[in-house]
Design a protein around this ligand. Structure first.
Ligand SMILES: Cc1ncc(COP(=O)(O)O)c(C=O)c1O
Length: 416
């Protein structure tokens, strides 16, 4: 179990707050985050990557709640954003524009303009047409932009195929054969300043080896490009550091930082950046839900939760598994059950044939490691409200996003 979660008097607590107390006040389902866990992860990441003197840009997509972004800002982190909405949030939270990187495979012109106007540090460009669009935009507005080229290094992160991004044929990054063309176009433009190269090989990667391979390849490319007269001062190595979803596999910051440092040894005048998302916030969050019904069935009973795939999409999207803990420690025996949501989709499954302590109808459970790619992916599918988010700070808790109610959702509809 997560360090900030423990049973006190049989009740599951996050830091010093019983999750049942929050549930009574907020109503289930809801996301709940530990401030201390996020702060510890951020400190651990900063300490580990000191060996590379790396700049850390929090990948906002993992969890974009303003209160979480404010923690990142307070810790001095920059941001990696992929939309104008994330850019706006990062700025509102107090992350300075000069610490913001704009990634993403399909940046619209209006989004790039917003980022130019804000004065962000750098665009990580992913295609020649995007590069041309930025050149045209800069020319028309008489503005300059720092750019790195996100390349596709063809390194397999050995993770789920839906979160692998750095292999040939994936939609991400500029194919290597187009790199020289891209560099030539940047060189020809007086509005773009080349910073360097960027990669992101995938997410939930649990061994450091893929990072070694990608760094070794990058060293070769940087050396060749420098020899050809290009100024490469910046390497953005992306994120992807895996967390423990209950099977014991994860990638600790020290191992990956050490592997990167070893592989990059001998490369001078190279500033390193990383873009961790999941590894900073994933462990800090739980999704608290109530068992609406316990349905007896052959071969296994179903626990039907009030949280569904619209609230936590990862299991339906890439067969992800989140450990489950009852909020009340059970003295009863263990049993095998299916855990499902209430949505009218057969993929609305959290666990098939999982062994859990016996949990009765009406009891509450926490799904762990739900701090990353949880709330951010929530939708109102089946016309369900968007669930609230709560932050715990020692013995205090506060709602950090209210429930977006059915009434709120209806307000946006115009009946013709
Ligand atoms: C470009 C880029 N950087 C960083 C990340 C963050 O990855 P993670 O949350 O696995 O650290 C992602 C995630 O998809 C990404 O696409």
């Amino acid at each position: 179990m997560n360090q900030v979660l423990r049973y006190i008097d049989n009740q599951l607590h996050m830091e010093s707050v019983a999750l049942d107390v929050v549930a009574e006040q907020v109503g289930t389902p809801f996301y709940c985050y530990s401030k201390a866990d996020i702060q510890q992860r951020v400190s651990a990441c900063k300490a580990a990557f000191k060996v590379l003197d790396a700049t850390i840009h929090y990948a906002v997509k993992a969890n974009c709640n303003l209160s979480i972004l404010r923690l990142m800002a307070a810790a001095g982190l920059g941001a990696d954003v992929v939309s104008d909405g994330e850019l706006e949030r990062a700025l509102v939270a107090g992350i300075p524009a000069e610490k913001i990187i704009f990634s993403g495979v399909g940046k619209r012109k209006d989004e790039m303009l917003a980022a130019l106007n804000a004065g962000i540090a750098q665009f990580n460009l992913e295609s020649i047409p995007e590069l041309e669009a930025l050149i045209a935009l800069c020319e028309s507005r008489n503005k300059t932009a720092g750019v790195s080229l996100r390349i596709n290094p063809d390194v397999d992160g050995a993770t789920h195929r839906h979160i692998t991004t750095g292999v040939k044929g994936s939609k991400f990054g500029i194919p290597m054969e187009q790199l020289h063309h891209a560099l030539r176009r940047i060189g020809e433009s007086e509005y773009l300043q080349l910073r360097g190269l960027a990669v992101h090989i995938g997410s939930q990667i649990v061994t450091a080896e893929p990072y070694r391979r990608v760094c070794e390849r990058l060293c070769g490319w940087v050396t060749d490009l420098r020899a050809a007269g290009h100024v490469i001062e910046h390497l953005d190595l992306g994120g992807g550091f895996g967390i423990d979803y209950g099977d014991g596999d994860y990638l600790d910051f020290e191992s990956v930082a050490q592997v990167m440092q070893e592989a990059l040894q001998g490369m001078d005048n190279l500033h390193i950046a990383i873009e961790p998302g999941r590894s900073l916030v994933g462990n800090a969050g739980v999704l608290v839900s109530e068992v609406i019904y316990r349905k007896e069935a052959d071969p296994l009973p179903f626990l039907i939760l009030d949280a569904g795939m619209n609230d936590l999409m990862r299991p339906a999207l890439y067969q992800a598994s989140h450990p489950i803990q009852p909020l009340l420690a059970s003295e009863k025996g263990q049993e095998q059950v299916n855990v499902v949501g209430p949505i009218c989709e057969s993929t609305d499954f959290f666990h098939k044939a999982i062994t859990l302590p016996e949990i009765a109808q009406g009891e509450r459970v926490a799904m762990l490691q739900a701090g990353a790619y949880g709330a951010v992916m929530a939708s109102s599918y089946n016309s369900r409200a968007i669930i609230p988010e709560v932050m715990i700070d020692e013995e205090r808790f506060e709602m950090i996003r209210r429930r977006i109610t059915n009434k709120n959702l209806l307000e946006f509809e115009l009946v013709m």
